[in-house]
Design a protein around this ligand. Structure first.
Ligand code: SF4
Length: 300
């Protein structure tokens, strides 16, 4: 079996939206640095040819990855390689959905499609999801179930969260019901309990634990196959600063498992921990299948 590697990239922390509930301060969202400042998209595409001995998955987040033109070219170029396997994940605010469908249509990418209701109405979002679903590019639609968003859903559309789940289920799309990070960053125990009671029927207890609860330190094998690549092409481990390889040279020094006490709340990352049975490969679609099965088990 070919070795497996998951590369994490940040095309830009810049974004074309200024959502009021975003984790990122607005001053960090004006596009300054990009992944293409040193090397052009075609050089990044060529760089991926160095990794043909691996099954490669990539993960892009931000900011808004598609807010810069080079991202479309790199996604198109990378997914043309046979060794770039299915189910690479890209987080997007869906503003550029139509351009994604035109410039880099590929079933090898699964989008984490966030609905930002301050910028887009539900019907417009739904239309874009239908288009991308036809291209098998939708991993899930993400709805942040904050008090304001739930109220907006009721007042604007006369809908509950369950209605929204059903609406997307009809086109075979999983609606992820995310809790408001601000609630879980606060010290308001009562509010946290309230939110957990409301939302725990949408996310299985195992995932809820990693996404929202305190974790004990554990052994983790991320440094064997999960790496961050910076804009110089330097490869670092999940937490580490030290460089363990270079993307353009195709070099990589695999490190042994480590003990980690960090908060590990990303569903891309926590499957590498040895305190769970999750499979790191294809983590987004595994999460979707896990939670679809969980919801079904509750409806029996
Ligand atoms: S436990 Fe999580 S944060 Fe720590 S090294 Fe592993 S994947 Fe990274």
């Amino acid at each position: 079996m070919k070795k497996y590697v998951l590369f994490r990239f940040v095309p830009t922390m810049g974004c074309n939206y200024r959502c009021s509930y975003c984790f990122l301060p607005n001053e960090q969202k004006s596009i300054k640095d990009t992944m293409f400042d040193t090397y052009a998209p075609e050089v990044w595409v060529e760089g991926m040819s160095q990794w043909s001995d691996y099954d490669v998955e990539f993960y892009m987040w931000g900011g808004e990855p598609f807010s810069i033109p080079g991202t479309f070219d790199v996604v198109k170029g990378w997914t043309d390689y046979r060794h770039v396997v299915c189910n690479s994940r890209i987080d997007t605010n869906m503003f550029f959905a139509d351009e994604i469908a035109k410039r880099c249509p590929t079933s090898k990418v699964k989008l984490n499609c966030s609905w930002h209701r301050e910028y887009e109405d539900l019907h417009s979002l739904f239309g874009k999801v239908v288009t991308l679903q036809e291209l098998e590019m939708v991993g899930m639609v993400n709805f942040v179930a904050s008090t304001e968003n739930i109220e907006h859903l009721r007042e604007e559309y006369g809908m509950t969260i369950d209605d929204l789940v059903d609406m997307f289920e009809k086109i075979d799309v999983f609606l992820n019901v995310a809790s408001d990070i601000n609630v879980f960053e606060s010290r308001n125990i009562f509010k946290k309990k309230q939110v957990k009671n409301l939302l725990s029927k949408y996310t299985c207890p195992e995932d809820w634990h990693y996404l929202r609860e305190k974790m004990s330190s554990t052994s983790c094998e991320a440094s064997k196959s999960f790496f961050t690549v910076n804009k110089e092409g330097d490869i670092t481990t999940c937490l580490g600063e030290d460089v363990v390889g270079n993307f353009f040279e195709g070099t990589l020094e695999i490190r042994d498992k480590i003990m980690c006490a960090q908060r590990c709340q990303s569903l891309v990352a926590y499957p590498f921990r040895l305190d769970n049975d999750f499979i790191p490969r294809n983590s987004l679609m595994s999460y979707v299948e896990r939670n679809k099965a969980y919801r079904k088990s509750l409806s029996k």
